[in-house]
Design a protein around this ligand. Structure first.
Ligand code: DX5
Ligand code: ZN
Length: 214
């Protein structure tokens, strides 16, 4: 399976987001990981619809939207209109999971479902035939720049084995604490879309960081 790198906007220079998008395009980054936090699902508030709208006017990069919000279902329509190419929401959110997936899929974009570190990956098995991607959080959602939680590797392996056995064709994304070292471990375990914020934007050479991650 092909590996992809998705750059977490939390690591970018927020005063120059348009330039940061250009830099991602020039350095072979596949997606922009747009982290949305509402101060309810997580203890932090980040970016929302107007910023996504504005970014879509200045870049063609694939918009990988990660909703860390209490009621994703209510906002799917607006996030689609604002230019999302894929929307991932949490199984731990308050919204009905099937309905939220259907709402995303009926708009013609890709759907992902996310699990926090403490949520068993088996919880989402029943939704696997409806989604395009599973996001296994490798840190507690809420903040960039945290350390990778090694126990999450087992979840990636378990999911990879399960989808291989059942012949289910979906991507496995990981998010949090991904750098050149942890990238090796998560890919070995079965992940193929690597989100990176602080490592990628902090690297002396972004293109070298991208090739190391891939
Ligand atoms: C955490 C976010 C992530 C994270 C990635 O809640 O979902 O996207 O900030 O940033 P790094 O790579 O710095 O851990
Ligand atoms: Zn994220």
């Amino acid at each position: 399976m092909k590996n992809y790198v998705s750059a977490s906007i939390l690591g970018a220079d927020i005063t120059h987001l348009a330039d940061e998008c250009k830099r991602l395009e020039e350095n072979n980054v596949d997606m922009l990981h747009f982290d949305v936090m509402d101060g309810c699902f997580v203890d932090n508030i980040s970016f929302g619809l107007p910023v996504l709208n504005a970014l879509n006017k200045c870049t063609d990069i694939f918009m990988d939207v990660h909703l860390m919000i209490c009621n994703p279902l209510k906002y799917i329509g607006e996030f689609v209109k604002a230019g999302s190419d894929m929307i991932t929401f949490h199984v731990e959110s308050d919204s009905n999971t099937e309905e939220t997936i259907s709402e995303i899929k009926k708009s013609g974009i890709r759907a992902g479902i996310a699990v926090k570190p403490a949520t068993p990956v088996e919880t989402i098995y029943k939704y696997l035939d409806m989604v395009d991607m599973v996001l296994i959080m490798t840190v507690e959602p809420g903040f960039g720049g945290q350390g990778f939680i090694p126990e999450t590797l087992e979840k990636i392996k378990t999911l990879k084995e399960y989808i291989t056995e059942k012949n289910i064709n979906i991507d496995i994304q990981v998010d949090g604490g991904i750098n050149d070292k942890t990238a090796v471990l998560v890919k070995e375990a079965g992940a193929n879309i690597l989100v990176s914020g602080s490592y990628l934007f902090g690297a002396a050479s972004m293109s070298e960081a991208v090739s190391l991650l891939k």
